[in-house]
Write a protein that binds this ligand. Sequence first.
Ligand code: NAP
Length: 275
Amino acid sequence: MMKKVYGVMGDPIEHSLSPVMHNAAFEELGLNAIYLAFRVTRDDVGDAIRGAKCLGFAGLNVTIPLKEKALEFVVPDALANRIGAINTIDFGSGTPRGYNTDGIGALTVLKEAVGELRGKKVLILGAGGAARAIAFYLDSEGSILTIANRNVERAEQLAHALRNADSIGMDELAQRIKDVDILINATPVGMYPREDETLVDAGLMHPDLVVFDIVYNPMETKLLKEAKKAGVRTTIGGLKMLVYQGAASFRIWTGMEPPLEKMETAVRAALSVQP
Ligand code: NAP
């Protein structure tokens, strides 16, 4: 039987940990499959998806900055359509089908750390692809959301699309953080190589706040260091979300239960030698 080909496309892509993570899963389960990284520009997304289909690819992940554009070239499921972005394409049926697993990845992490999310006040920094995916999931869980974004219009648009949300500008953060239960950074601020940056300092945080940074490189971001300085008891990095969103893609592609521990170990090992 021919080897099944999977991959991730984005730009830049050389630091992606998805190949290491999925290849570890294929190896553990003894699957005759390989996962590669492809640098694709925004202008070439449609051609890349058509090409992958013609070449008989089994599945693709889609990452920055292609998640929204790629939606135009697939049949998205209802949730990906609402989110307006995809991170997973399945070619299994012959038609490229689009999904977004970022939200379920984040939700799984938060439920493990916090438990019930209904009624929790959550402040999300960012209104891009990942922020939107997380916001739709938390909204369905019954959380009360505030969206803070540099571009306030994008924050307003996202808040309007949700059931129970409002939006603020970054200048209102200090006032709002006092009242929230969970703070989520869904921007690239603090990501390698600008790991000295954070949108929120220790002075604004309280010990009962849960701080979740979806950035995973470095594993402990400046935001999480500030949280520890402020005595925050529950801090969460982006690594588990990476594993859970990848696991959800894996289930869509293979119908099999992925080896989560192997995937996490592979990612940790790669991160410890990377930048
Ligand atoms: P995106 O669609 O490009 O959105 C980026 C968001 O960050 C926008 O809201 C943007 O604000 C904001 N932003 C960018 N630079 C900023 C700055 N200097 N100051 C303040 N806000 C800034 O990107 P994305 O796909 O949502 O990804 C965001 C981050 O999440 C990336 O670092 C990505 O690696 C990470 N991520 C992690 C996982 C995981 O599994 N752990 C999954 C997905 C994404 P404007 O609207 O004002 O431009």
